[in-house]
Design a protein. Structure first.
Length: 311
């Protein structure tokens, strides 16, 4: 799908004029790919890399344009089951236009950074900044989901929540690799600022982008280390919850077996004591109740002994 924007009055206007400055291709079809390769002279392999989620970020200088493969978070859907994925985008910077190629339709020009744009180079840098900020937004969501799952694990006896945490941990590994890959690209852009004809203001903005990307990487690294280091503890919590349940069920089984034995002993088809007494039934029920109380007292004594030995 093709969308065109023009810079009018310091803002981006969709289809604002006859000579658009920014072209966006979201999941381009074969006709659009042919136009990009044939008319705009974009390398076919580079174009395929822009649509490949496994392609690492990189920067290439072509005769008529600058080609950048940059990583960004993929839109999360419910079917992903807590696995946050990473996608690629292609930024092709010409002298008079910026061509952006994506595998999915994303709202690129959102946020206060796009309230004022001066040139296609300015739009290019702000798209890079927006991608880094998008990672930060996803990290906040991952942290919130992790906290919620941890609260559920404290009472859980299933592996479902542990598997969700494993998916989040895997997502953070992908994010760390993508953010680190992006940092090399931004650094290379800064080192070639004169060749790209970036203004001093744009070079200062690149410094801010590098700082934001570095902070984003550290934040993702902290979340990843916390998830990995405490995973064994969370597994132990689920196992302990299951042990507590089994202990409770065992106690209930024993508590039921003892009075059952008492009642069964007096239910045999042979001569037994008190079988001719009028209150034999109530005496047997009383004995069964006493046996239940006895089992409870015995169980409490065992628990107290275990507690004292573990102190």
């Amino acid at each position: 799908m093709e969308t065109k924007f023009e810079i009018i009055g310091g803002k981006l206007a969709q289809n604002g004029g006859d000579r658009p400055s920014v072209w966006i291709y979201a999941n381009p079809d074969e006709k659009e790919k042919k136009y990009l390769v044939t008319d705009l002279k974009i390398d076919e392999h580079t174009l395929a890399s822009a649509l490949d989620p496994d392609e690492p970020a990189r920067l290439e200088f072509e005769p008529e344009h600058l080609a950048i493969i940059f990583k960004h978070p993929k839109n999360y859907s419910e079917k992903d089951q807590f696995l946050f994925k990473v996608a690629s985008m292609g930024l092709f910077l010409f002298k008079d236009r910026l061509v952006i190629v994506l595998s999915e339709d994303l709202p690129l020009f959102v946020g206060k950074a796009f309230n004022t744009v001066e040139s296609v180079q300015d739009v290019f840098l702000k798209v890079v900044y927006r991608s880094i900020f998008h990672f930060l937004e996803h990290l906040k969501v991952i942290n919130m989901i992790t906290d919620e799952i941890e609260r559920k694990i404290s009472t859980s006896m299933e592996n479902k929540y542990l598997l969700n945490l494993f998916s989040l941990e895997k997502s953070l590994v992908y994010y760390l690799n993508a953010i680190n890959s992006n940092e090399f690209v931004v650094s290379k852009i800064k080192n070639n600022g004169a060749k790209i004809e970036l203004s001093p203001k744009s070079l200062e903005f690149l410094d801010d982008i590098l700082i934001e990307n570095s902070q984003c990487y550290r934040q993702a690294e902290i979340y990843s280390n916390i998830l990995a280091s405490l995973m064994d503890a969370r597994v132990s919590i689920v196992s302990n919850n299951l042990n507590i349940l089994m202990k409770t069920l065992n106690f209930i089984t024993i508590a039921i077996m003892v009075p059952t034995f008492v009642v069964s002993a007096f239910s045999m088809n042979v001569g037994i004591p008190m079988q001719h007494r009028p209150y034999a039934f109530w005496i047997i029920i009383l004995l069964a109740g006493i046996s239940v109380v006895g089992v409870m007292l015995w169980w409490r004594y065992i628990l107290r002994s275990l507690y004292k030995n573990n102190r």
